[in-house]
Design a protein. Structure first.
Length: 159
C-alpha cells in the first residue's frame, strides 16, 4: 500500500515537471521564471523496508541485504540500496554457492528532490529552500545471471 502511495506521489511530481517543461517550451512559461511552487510532502508515504522485503531477500538464490544512504539535503533523506551477499548463486540443494552463476544487483532509477538553501533578501533569520529535481540509480535487489564471457583473440605463437 505504501509503495502504491509513493508511486502516486512520484507520478504526480513527474506530471507537474513535464507540464512545466512543455509550457516553457511553448513560450507560455516565460512568466514562470523565478516563480516558486509550494510542495508539501507527506512523510507517511515514504517507503519503509518491511518484513516482506527482507523475507524475499533471504529466500532468494542471490540473497542481499540493505545499506542505508542518508543525505540530509535530499528528499527522501533516507534511501536503502541492496547489496548482494554472495558473488555466486546458492544452489537449490543445500544452499552451497554455485560458481557457474553470478549474483548481480538489479538497478532502478528513482526521482529525488535536492534542497538548495537560500536566504531571503532583506532577512537574516529565516532560511528558505528551493528544490531541484534529480534522479538517482539505486540497487533494489539481486538476481542470478550467467557469467559474461569475453572471447579472447587467439594468441600468436611465442617462438
Amino acid at each position: 500500500r505504501r509503495q502504491n502511495q509513493r508511486n502516486h506521489v512520484m507520478r504526480a511530481l513527474l506530471v507537474l515537471v513535464l507540464g512545466l517543461t512543455v509550457s516553457m517550451k511553448s513560450g507560455q512559461g516565460a512568466r514562470l521564471r523565478g516563480a516558486s511552487v509550494r510542495l508539501d510532502l507527506d512523510p507517511s508515504v515514504m517507503p519503509q523496508i518491511g518484513r516482506a522485503a527482507s523475507t524475499i531477500a533471504n529466500m532468494s538464490l542471490s540473497p542481499w541485504t540493505y545499506r542505508e544512504s542518508r543525505v540530509e539535503s535530499r528528499l527522501p533523506r533516507q534511501i536503502f540500496h541492496a547489496v548482494c551477499l554472495t558473488s555466486g548463486c546458492l544452489s537449490l540443494q543445500g544452499g552451497a554457492e554455485n560458481a557457474g552463476l553470478e549474483a548481480k544487483p538489479i538497478y532502478h532509477q528513482v526521482l529525488v528532490l535536492h534542497k538548495i538553501s537560500k536566504q531571503r533578501p532583506g532577512t537574516r533569520r529565516r532560511k528558505w529552500y528551493s528544490l531541484r529535481l534529480g534522479t538517482e540509480v539505486i540497487s533494489v535487489g539481486c538476481t542470478c545471471v550467467r557469467p559474461s564471457v569475453v572471447p579472447q583473440p587467439p594468441r600468436a605463437a611465442l617462438f
